[in-house]
Design a protein around this ligand. Sequence first.
Ligand code: UD1
Length: 342
Amino acid sequence: MAKKILVTGGTGYIGSHTVVELQESGYEVVIVDDLSNSSIDVLDNIAKISGTKPAFEQFNLADKEKTSDFFKRNQGIEAIIHFAAFKAVGESVQIPLNYYRNNLVSLMNLLDCQREFNVPNMVFSSSCTVYGQPEKLPVTEATPRKDAESPYGNTKRVSEDILQDSVKAYPELKAIALRYFNPIGAHPSALIGELPLGVPQNLVPFITQTAAGLRDELKVFGDDYNTPDGSAVRDYINVVDLAKAHVTAIARLLDGKNKANYEIFNLGTGDGLSVLEVVKGFERATGEKLNYKIVERRAGDVEQIWADTTYANEELGWKAEKGLDETLLSAWNWEKKVRGIE
Ligand code: UD1
C-alpha cells in the first residue's frame, strides 16, 4: 500500500512541485493549505501531470482544533512535509505578529499532533536566510547561523530550534530541515509554477513579468557589491530539483537511514550567480530582450551566498541536475502560459 504523506502548503510554489514528485514516486499525498497564497486550480494541474488529484483540505494549521480534527480523520499518515508558512520578507517587518503566530503556532500544532497521532517524521522548509551574510563561502551546514534580518527570517531560525528541541525531548520524533537557497523555475509541463500575488519581490518572477509586459523594467538592486560584476550573488536552484530532494529526504526518514533524529541539509547548486548573470542568462535562454536598470541596493540584502552541497550530495544522494538556461526557460514558459502569450 502506498505510504501516505501530508504536504502542508501543497498548493504553493515549492509544495505543488513536491506533490507531483511524491506522487510520481508512488506516495499517496494529502494536502492541507489555507489557500491564502495559492489557488485551488493547482490541484487539477497537478492531476494533469501525475494522473492523480491529491486529497485536499482547506484550513489554517495555526487552528489547533481543526488540525487535531484533521489527524483524527486521517489515520495512517507516515510523514509530514511542512511548507505552509508566510514568506514575504518585507511584509513580515510590517506585521511581525502575524508572521510569528502563523509560522510558529502551525509548526507547534503539527508537532503536538505528531505525538498524539503517532506521525513520527517531518521534513521542514527552512532557508539559507538563517546564515545571513556568512564570513566564509560557500556555506556548509556547520556554518554558524546569524541573527535574522527580518521577522520572516527569524521564524525560520526559531522553527529550526523548535524542531531540534522537540526531537531531543521526544525521541519518537525525527526531523530533517532543508535549507533552500533561491528556488526558481517551473515544471517543464508549464502546468504549475510560481504565481506571486501583486508585485513580485523575488528576482525571477520580476524578470518574467517584465518580459511579459506586466512591468516596465527590472530594477537591479546594486552594482557596487564586492562581486565580479558588482551585482549580488545567489545560488539559484531549480524547483523540480528541489522538489526531488524532498522525496529523497522522506525516503531517508521512512527507511530509517537518518544518522540523527534531527538533520540539516543545504539545498542549492553549489554555484553562485550574480543578478546580471541571471539577466543575461534569461535573454540567452529565451531570446527575449529584458529592460533593466541599475538602482540602489535593497535594504536587508546580503552581498553574496552560495551553498556547499557536499553533504546533500553524499548523504542524501541528491544533486541539482538542471542548468540555468533550462530553468529560466521553464520560468518563461510558465509565465507565457499564465498570461496567454503565444
Ligand atoms: C529572499 C529571502 C530568503 C527567502 C527568499 C524567498 C532574505 C535575505 N532572503 O531571498 O530568505 O527564502 O527570498 O523568496 O530574506 N533582485 C533585484 N531586483 C528585483 C528582485 C531581486 O535585483 O526586482 C536581486 C536581489 O537584490 C538579490 C537577488 O536579486 O540580490 C535575489 O533576490 P530575491 O529573489 O528577492 O531572493 P533573496 O532576497 O535572495
